[in-house]
Every structure is written in C-alpha cells, then in structure tokens.
Design a protein around this ligand. Structure first.
Ligand code: NAP
Length: 280
C-alpha cells in the first residue's frame, strides 16, 4: 500500500475507508471486510454514531492495532478546550482503543456560530496538542477548514495540522485551498470522493473509464491520489471495496487529469464551513 508521510513523520495510506452511514452491524461488518480487503486507514467520527461498531470491527478483524490508522473527529457543537478533551475521551471509550492515530476538528467554529470563533478553534486545538503530547493521539488535523480558518489557527498553534479533510471530488475539488494546504505541508484528504454517487453518469468520466478499461469510481479515486490527496471512499459492498482499492495498475495522463480538473461544478454537497448549520 502506497503511503504518505505527514508533517509529524507519521505514515498514512493514500487510500482509506469511509464509514459515514455504516452503523451498528453494517458498520462492524464493513470494517471487517475493508480490513480483510487491504484497507489500513479507517475514517469515523463521533457524529456518525458508529465508533463502537468501528472499534468492534477492528478487534474482530484480527489485524494488529498498530497496523491500522484510525481517524475520528470532534463534532462542531462541542468545540472548546474542556469539551474537546471530554469528547475525545468519549470517542476513545466507544472505540475501546488506547490511542487515536488521527484526530480532526470536524468543522471549524465560524463567525456565524461563535462570537469569538478564532478563540474557540484555538482552544480546541490546544486541547488536541495536549492530547498529542500525552501520547493519546499520534497526529492532529482539521476538516473543512478554509484558508481563513487555517490562517487564524496559525496565530496560536504550536503544531501545524497534519491533515485537512475536505470535500474533494470531480466537479468540486477546491483547488486553491488544496494548493494552499500543500504549500503549508498540510496533507489534503478527500471526503465524498465519488460525490456520494454523483459522479456516475458523467460522460467525460465515462469516456476516460472506457479508454482506461477501469470503472468510473476507479478513475475518480485515481484522479484524487494523483493530486497527492488521500482518498477515503465508503462502501458496504465487498465487491466495490475491492474495486475502490485497486488503483495501482494504471495511471491517468496529464490530459485526462486536466479534463477532470476542468469539469464544470456538479455534485457539491452544499455544505459550507462559514455558514453551517445552513446550506446553500
Ligand atoms: N469530514 C467531513 O465533513 C466528511 C463529510 C462527508 C464524508 N466524510 C468521510 O468521507 C467518507 C466518504 O464519503 P461519503 O461516504 O460521503 O461518499 P462517497 O465515498 O463519495 O460515496 C459513497 C457512496 O458511493 C457508493 N459507492 C462506493 N463505491 C462505489 C463503486 N465502486 N461503484 C458504485 N458505487 C459506489 C456507496 O454505496 P455502497 O455502500 O452501496 O457501495 C455509497 O452510496 C465518508 O464515509 C466519511 O468517512 C467526511
């Protein structure tokens, strides 16, 4: 499995497994299946209500804990120093793990929701830095942070985020933010790489897939990793899990990359970091 080295020297696979909406027994089984199909990065979050299931799946898989990179996230309604520490401990308890590999701020506090959003993000980050220093978290990062949120965080952060997990798929890939993060040494991780199914039926993607002899999903996921971005597709089907991780026997040409880069906007979730909980 190809890996990326983060700015804190931790290694992370370029492809991982998303678990949003995979709850209870479906969640347990999909994590077992993903691990047996070669995935070694598992993405969950407190808000997905499946940390317990993910933990069970990890234990049932028989794969040694130190070979699995586990990501979870602090939800946007419990930000702040004390609340973050409490939320972290609850996640750890539900997962039944001793440490988390990658802990993310799921969404930044923003001007619409907090008077002093910069301070709230700074306090949340300080809690995460402390947890990292105590050895309870290997890498700390953010999610859905725009430039404005990152720049404000840099004012007080002792540790630069290792990762920014953002919406990134053909039709909506935030190239300026991606470039900014990469210049700062922050690895970008793509959520909803298949636009939750929105990529299927796109004619440009279909013609590239036909030319390459690959599926549309494989073309999209390969396009993500060729941007040096980590990808975490979700699937509850073992066939599709296998398909989604089989990305290393072909390469998209520069022209194919550009064709996908230049697709007009489609599949955007409507979720914006500066106005949540509303959408556009
Ligand atoms: N940080 C954030 O704010 C945030 C937001 C959203 C998501 N995420 C993370 O990112 C992960 C991935 O995003 P996502 O779950 O929203 O969407 P996604 O991975 O873009 O799409 C998942 C959907 O595509 C289907 N699918 C998967 N592989 C397929 C294939 N090869 N062919 C056809 N259909 C396929 C799945 O159905 P089946 O299950 O039936 O295969 C599922 O309906 C999440 O699970 C979560 O861990 C993070």
């Amino acid at each position: 499995m190809q890996e990326i080295i983060l700015n804190d020297n931790q290694k992370i696979p370029v492809i991982g497994f998303g678990t949003y909406k995979a709850k209870a027994q479906v969640g347990v089984q999909s994590v077992i299946d993903a691990l047996s199909n070669g995935y070694r990065l598992i993405d969950t979050a407190a808000i997905y209500e499946n940390e317990e299931a993910v933990g069970k799946g990890i234990r049932a898989s028989g794969i040694p804990r130190d070979q699995i990179v586990v990501t979870t996230k602090v939800w946007r309604e419990v930000l702040g120093f004390k609340q973050t520490k409490a939320a972290f401990n609850k996640s750890l308890g539900r997962l039944k793990l001793d440490y988390i590999d990658l802990y993310l701020i799921h969404w930044p506090a923003n001007a619409r929701n907090y008077k002093n959003w910069q301070q709230i993000n700074a306090d949340t980050w300080r809690a995460m830095e402390e947890l990292q220093a105590e050895g309870k978290i290997r890498s700390i990062g953010v999610s859905n942070f725009w430039k404005e949120h990152l720049k404000a965080l840099f004012q007080t952060a002792q540790v630069i985020p290792a990762v920014n997990q953002i919406e990134f798929h053909p039709g909506y890939w935030q190239p300026e933010l991606t470039e900014f993060c990469q210049l700062q040494g922050i690895v970008v991780e793509s959520w909803s790489p298949l636009a939750r199914g929105g990529v299927f039926g796109n004619e440009v993607l279909e013609s590239i897939a036909n030319r390459q002899g690959k599926s549309i999903a494989q073309v999209c996921l390969r396009w993500v990793i060729q941007h040096d971005v980590i990808v975490i597709p979700k699937s509850t089907s073992t066939k599709r899990m296998e398909e989604n991780i089989s990305l290393f026997d072909f390469e998209l040409s520069d022209e194919e990359m550009k064709q996908i880069d230049d697709l007009p906007e489609f599949g955007f979730s409507g979720e914006l970091p500066n106005i949540w909980p509303d959408r556009i």
